[in-house]
Ligand binder design. Structure first.
Ligand SMILES: Cc1cc2nc3c(=O)[nH]c(=O)nc-3n(C[C@H](O)[C@H](O)[C@H](O)COP(=O)(O)OP(=O)(O)OC[C@H]3O[C@@H](n4cnc5c(N)ncnc54)[C@H](O)[C@@H]3O)c2cc1C
Length: 483
């Protein structure tokens, strides 16, 4: 089959009939025509269309090692610097199409699955581990161009260090039965962005599993597997009009709680289970962090470019760009952008072939970017709000511009360099990015989607080679050895 186009993606998602719950009701009928999901599904379809568009095909696909068919480049296991660069350029094309607004463009989880499969050797010989299933599944997903969501955290019930779940019925998803057909999972996982809007759900476990090894597993199952439910939050789409809601009408991805109601995961889909050490070490030692963050940072750079464009356009529209403090604030966005670009470049320049023969980006600059962006993003939001001031509030709707008060709007809402209609368009975009419920969710997303930034910073702390610097200070002071 090979790389799919948008039509094939939509047909596949519609035919799955996934169990999605929204506002207390099960979503019925083709999901691609549902007002809450159609915007994001169309935007995703546009990404898939690029794969087979003659203008992009060579940049978005590579030849299947098995069939020779063009397949999605985000599935490629890079063996050289050139491959790595090709992967990044492909991710840039997709991110640019959605201005970095789509957290779950397919390359994110395709890259994760690719990284897992490329390190399947780690699972070799380990109890309850099935590296051959992981590799076979990766190849099947690659050839069919499957799309994924993922879920890796247990529900937010009690995060204290000593919490051990004691409820009679499982809360956190766990293995409740192992039988000849597979493992049975009951309980829930915290969240899946685009849950129900993808072919598959990739489920894995992060953290420590001292008292709860039955929560340590990795598998992938079709989104329409019996007993799998996606419980959506309220929609953040303000309305269908791109004038009124330029971002939410297109890029509202939806987040859902994932419920496993005695879900059978067939053996050929189990990668490992009931082994806390394997789960913890696999995530640490595989190239998961390196390749997932290579995609994430690439997307965040494109998003930051979009933010910079919006900030500068605001300043020009109301002619505040001459003020030093405004320039300083826009420069903060530039500094953030250039920092992220430098970190990405370093990660690529310092890439090396790992023991599985894959060209792995240097994870330290990527972990640095993941620690810094959750701080940069809320500040970018604040900067846009400060530059826009009341302009973020005086944003009448498309209907207002088509009504009898149009002449008032044209007169009183014009900008120094723009007509009233264009000025309001610009400010509505800035508002949807930073103040609407969609914008606020975007900020929370950039803070948390990859995990808790505090614990991400701890990973950086743990893994950073600090010793040479300590040694230099000790030598300078001529200190005696530690006792
Ligand atoms: C918009 C959005 C989309 C998301 N999409 C997905 C998705 O698609 N798939 C998925 O699996 N997950 C997703 N997530 C969830 C994400 O993985 C979690 O938000 C993240 O791992 C943090 O977990 P938590 O939200 O339960 O916060 P908690 O772990 O409950 O943390 C709450 C607060 O307590 C602090 N805290 C808690 N425990 C500790 C500790 N041990 N040490 C120090 N501080 C601690 C944290 O720093 C934080 O300030 C998404 C999150 C958001 C906001």
């Amino acid at each position: 089959m090979g790389a799919i186009n948008g039509k094939a993606y939509i047909e596949r998602i519609d035919s799955l009939d996934n169990e999605i719950w929204l506002d207390g009701k099960r979503v019925e009928g083709p999901i691609s025509s549902h007002p809450v999901f159609k915007g994001i599904i169309q935007e995703k379809a546009a990404l898939y269309d690029m794969q087979l568009d003659p203008r992009y095909k060579d940049k978005m696909t590579f030849r299947s090692p098995e069939t020779g068919e063009p397949i999605g480049l985000s599935y490629m296991q890079p063996k050289s610097m050139e491959d790595l660069k090709k992967r990044r350029e492909m991710m840039e094309h997709w991110a640019t199409r959605s201005f970095g607004m789509m957290g779950r463009s397919p390359d994110y989880l395709n890259s994760v699955l690719m990284s897992f499969a490329s390190c399947a050797g780690f699972l070799e010989g380990k109890e309850n581990s099935y590296p051959q299933n992981l590799v076979a599944f990766y190849k099947m997903a690659r050839e069919k161009d499957l799309s994924f969501t993922h879920t890796f955290v247990s529900p937010q019930i009690n995060r204290s260090q000593i919490y051990v779940e004691t409820s009679k019925e499982p809360i956190a998803a766990k293995v409740v039965d192992v039988n000849p057909d597979g493992i049975v999972i009951k309980g829930a996982r915290l969240l899946a962005t685009q849950g129900g809007l993808t072919d598959e759900v990739l489920v894995f476990s992060v953290g420590k599993f001292l008292f709860n090894e039955d929560e340590a597993f990795a598998f992938s199952i079709p989104s329409n597997t019996k007993g799998l439910k996606f419980i959506c939050r309220d929609t953040f789409i303000g309305g269908a009009s791109p004038f009124n809601h330029p971002l939410s009408s297109r890029y509202e991805e939806m987040d859902s709680v994932v419920v496993f109601d005695n879900v059978l995961v067939p053996w050929d889909r189990v990668f490992y289970y009931n082994d806390g050490e394997v789960a913890e070490e696999f995530i640490k030692q595989s190239s998961f962090h390196a390749f997932a963050k290579h995609q994430v940072v690439t997307r965040q750079i494109v998003k930051t470019e979009f933010i910079l464009g919006i900030a500068q356009l605001l300043t020009e529209t109301i002619k505040v760009n001459g003020y030093q403090h405004i320039q300083e604030k826009v420069s903060e966005i530039i500094v953030g952008l250039e920092t992220m670009k430098a970190l990405l470049e370093k990660a690529e320049n310092h890439a090396s072939t790992d023991k599985h023969g894959v060209m792995r980006p240097d994870v330290i600059p990527l972990n640095t970017a993941s620690a810094v962006y959750p701080k940069l993003y809320p500040r970018f939001t604040e900067i846009i709000q400060i530059i826009g001031a009341s302009g973020m509030i005086t944003i009448p709707t498309e209907n207002a511009f088509q009504s009898s008060i149009r002449s008032d709007l044209d007169q009183y809402l014009q900008g120094a360099t723009k007509s009233a209609e264009d000025r309001v368009k610009i400010f509505r975009l800035a508002w949807d990015l930073t103040m609407s419920s969609f914008g606020m969710r975007g900020m929370q997303y950039e803070r948390y989607f990859f995990g808790d930034p505090i614990r991400i910073a701890s990973i950086l702390y743990d893994e950073y080679p600090k010793e040479p610097y300590v040694k230099a200070v000790k030598e300078f002071l001529q200190l005696k050895e530690d006792q």
